[in-house]
Write a protein that binds this ligand. Structure first.
Ligand code: NAP
Ligand code: ZN
Ligand code: ZN
Length: 351
């Protein structure tokens, strides 16, 4: 397999800062698209992976799965895009395409395991996959998205993960006009959840721990903001919501949020992976036919649907554009919830 070197920014170990490094990309095969990366969003999952929070990180690790760029080369059988077009790549770069999930456009739930944009298995080179904190990426056209031409590119990048991760549950649970939706946590995912739920016509409530974010929440489109540490405010929304999207990245008590679900409502966890503490009390779930669920990003067709919707409704992320050299500072700020509301790397800074 022919390959070439590109510049990247990654981490050699769990407790090391990210730094410049060179990585290899495969030469385009017949179905591949080579993309020069222009912007890459910074997702909290990048930080979890760089620091091995979930275990299983293969080093060196190059994060980044909110990629927008320009097509610079295409394989002989590519039909989706042509050289010069803008393109997007999210969290998936491959899957088996034969299993039941893949056949239903649910590549993220591939029964044979999807290939993540980073820390997956590069089947041609036999290495780990490397993400978007790099000059270029080579991806099978099936996993490349078309980017709406009317939106600001830097602000489109976060749609590729934060956007689709919140869009998918909104669609799966049929959110529309008159739905009552709540979002837990105002960060990258949270701010996109508010915008997309509003775009679908829902009434939207933000739960935040941070009183300093009340005005931002309202400006982003929330109809109300509830400070989650205030019991009186939490009681005021008991039994209210059809759907709650919980984006908090670390272990936390879900029980107070279950109490705010309406009969037959669902709390969908997208942020935290792992066991729960304190234990989840089933009494309110049984007495109100309430569900606690999880959801992982979204399939490729659904991601395109979300991008097209954002194009129509002029929905983009609120971004703070940074240079790649500032990524370690950005991670520290992310840990302090000091993000307004997504860092996006201008990949020109890597040159
Ligand atoms: P983020 O920008 O850092 O936002 C997380 C928000 O959660 C914070 O702004 C904060 O909002 C709230 N929060 C509550 N407790 C916190 C704590 N102890 N530390 C930090 N924040 C806390 O993160 P993100 O990029 O939106 O990602 C959120 C989570 O979703 C991450 O764990 C990420 O790995 C995961 N994720 C999952 C999927 C999926 O497919 N399921 C996809 C992408 C990302 P307030 O200040 O308003 O409380
Ligand atoms: Zn992500
Ligand atoms: Zn599959």
């Amino acid at each position: 397999m022919n390959k070439f070197e590109v510049k990247a920014f990654g981490t050699p170990a769990k407790d090391a800062d990210l730094k410049p490094m060179n990585i290899e990309r495969r030469e385009v095969t017949a179905k591949d698209i080579e993309i020069e990366i222009l912007y890459c969003g910074v997702c909290h999952s990048d930080l979890h992976t760089a620091r091995n929070d979930w275990g299983g990180t293969i080093y060196p690790a190059v994060p980044g799965h909110e990629i927008v760029g320009r097509v610079v080369k295409i394989g002989s059988e590519v039909t989706k895009l042509k050289v010069g077009d803008y393109a997007g790549v999210g969290c998936l770069v491959d899957s088996c395409r034969e299993c039941n999930s893949c056949k239903q456009d649910l590549e993220q739930y591939c029964l044979n395991g999807f290939t993540g944009t980073y820390n997956g298995k590069e089947k041609y080179l036999g290495t780990q996959t490397f993400g978007g904190y790099s000059e270029k990426i080579v991806v099978d056209e099936h996993f490349v998205l078309k980017v709406p031409s009317n939106l600001k590119l830097s602000a489109v990048a976060p749609l590729l993960c934060a956007g689709i991760t919140t869009w998918s549950p909104l669609r799966h649970w049929n959110v529309g006009i008159n739905s009552k939706v709540a979002v837990v946590g105002l960060g990258g995912l949270g701010h996109m959840a508010i915008k997309l739920a509003k775009g679908l016509g829902a009434h939207v409530t933000l739960f935040s721990r941070t009183p300093g974010k009340i005005n931002d929440g309202l400006e982003l489109g929330a109809d109300e903001v509830i400070i989650s540490t205030d019991k009186i405010q939490m009681n005021s929304v008991r039994g209210k919501f059809d759907l709650i999207i919980d984006t908090v990245p670390y272990i936390h008590d879900l029980n107070p949020y279950v109490n705010t679900l309406n009969v037959s409502g669902t709390l969908v966890v997208v942020g935290y992976l792992g066991g729960l503490e304190p234990l989840l009390n089933t009494v309110p779930m049984i007495l109100g036919r309430k569900s606690v669920a999880g959801s992982l990003i979204g399939g490729i067709a659904e991601t395109q649907e979300m991008l097209d919707f954002c194009g129509e409704k002029n929905i983009v992320s609120e971004v703070e554009v940074i240079k790649i050299q500032d990524i370690n500072i950005a991670y520290e700020r992310m840990l302090k919830s000091d993000v307004h509301y997504r860092f996006v790397i201008d990949m020109n800074s890597l040159k």
